[in-house]
Design a protein around this ligand. Structure first.
Ligand SMILES: Nc1ncnc2c1ncn2[C@@H]1O[C@H](COP(=O)(O)OP(=O)(O)OP(=O)(O)O)[C@@H](O)[C@H]1O
Length: 289
């Protein structure tokens, strides 16, 4: 839903609340929004991903982690059809991508937003114009309407209205991430991919960004696929974690499952000094409440 540029954020929230999309569903009735099966990707040499399976469920924030160079970006780019694959199927919104017509692919693309690492804003365009890039690509709207919609998105991500007229070089790191998020939300997507959204932000900026992601998921019913190295983000906003290793999804589930999983990388990542500090502080905070 929500691909119409005419729907306001309020109506989206109301529709989703009425339709029961924003609720606490049990595991059994989770709707799979993205399903990857048997995915193999390589670039001529050894494969980067091999026979990988992954499901992403509607309304969740999935945190995707893994050692450097394990293929997190390759997986995301392959799902977005920016990389070729040697084998495997990708179903999105319940439809196998390989069997879609050109028009259906465009319709699927409109329901997906992407925030690339470093924001990837066009330096020669203002924030407003950057947010309008997907609108120009997919929609045929009068300029005044695109301006209104872009300003709405800019407000939605917590940027001040004046930011609309600024160029990327005039923005702080946190503002760039927010502007890139506004662009990812330009077409009211159902699913957003975020590639290391908090990298390069200071801890306060990163925490604010996490809070924004959580709030957008809660209010818009977004599904979020977030590649991250940020343990704070995993703890603060992710409902589920997936770990990439040995060319596939090594383990997925809750933090408790990660802590119990017998693998050297998973153990050092989730039981390292820094992780212990984050998780123990959080546990103390909960006990004191
Ligand atoms: N277009 C490409 N051509 C050849 N090799 C590639 C290409 N894209 C990625 N790779 C290789 O695939 C492997 C996985 O890269 P990828 O960028 O997905 O890792 P990552 O898990 O995202 O790492 P990081 O956390 O450091 O960003 C690397 O060895 C990389 O060199």
């Amino acid at each position: 839903m929500a691909s119409s540029p005419f729907s306001t954020q309020r109506s989206i929230i109301e529709e989703r609340a009425v339709s029961g999309e924003i609720d606490n569903r049990t595991e059994e009735d989770r709707e799979t929004i993205l399903s990857v099966r048997g995915l193999t990707v390589g670039f001529g040499g050894p494969t980067v991903l091999e026979n990988l399976d992954l499901d992403v469920y509607r309304g969740e924030i999935l945190g995707f982690v893994g050692g450097s160079g394990t293929g997190k970006s390759v997986l995301m780019r392959t799902v977005l059809r920016l990389n070729a694959r040697q084998a495997g199927t990708i179903s999105i919104f319940g439809r196998d991508f390989d069997n879609l017509s050109y028009e259906d692919r465009l319709a699927v693309d409109m329901r997906v937003g992407v925030l690339f690492q470093q924001g990837a804003l066009f330096s020669g365009l203002t924030v407003l114009e950057n947010v309008q890039v997907p609108m120009r690509e997919y929609l045929d709207l009068p300029k005044a309407m695109m301006d209104d919609l872009a300003r709405l998105k800019i407000e939605l991500v917590g940027l001040r209205p004046e930011a609309a007229e600024r160029y990327p070089a005039e923005l702080s790191g946190g503002m760039i991430k927010r502007a890139a998020l506004a662009r990812a939300l330009a077409l009211d997507p159902d699913l957003v991919f975020l590639d290391e959204p908090t990298s390069g932000l200071d801890p306060i900026g990163a925490a604010e960004f996490d809070e924004l992601i959580g709030r957008l998921r809660d209010t818009l019913g977004l599904t979020v696929y977030m590649v991250t190295h940020d343990l704070d983000s995993l703890h603060a906003v992710c409902d589920r974690i997936a770990v990439l290793g040995k060319k596939k999804v090594l383990v997925e589930g809750t933090l408790d499952k990660m802590l119990a999983f017998d693998d050297p990388w998973v153990q050092s990542y989730f039981r390292g000094k820094r992780s212990r500090a984050i998780f123990e502080n959080a546990a103390d905070g909960q006990q004191q409440r």
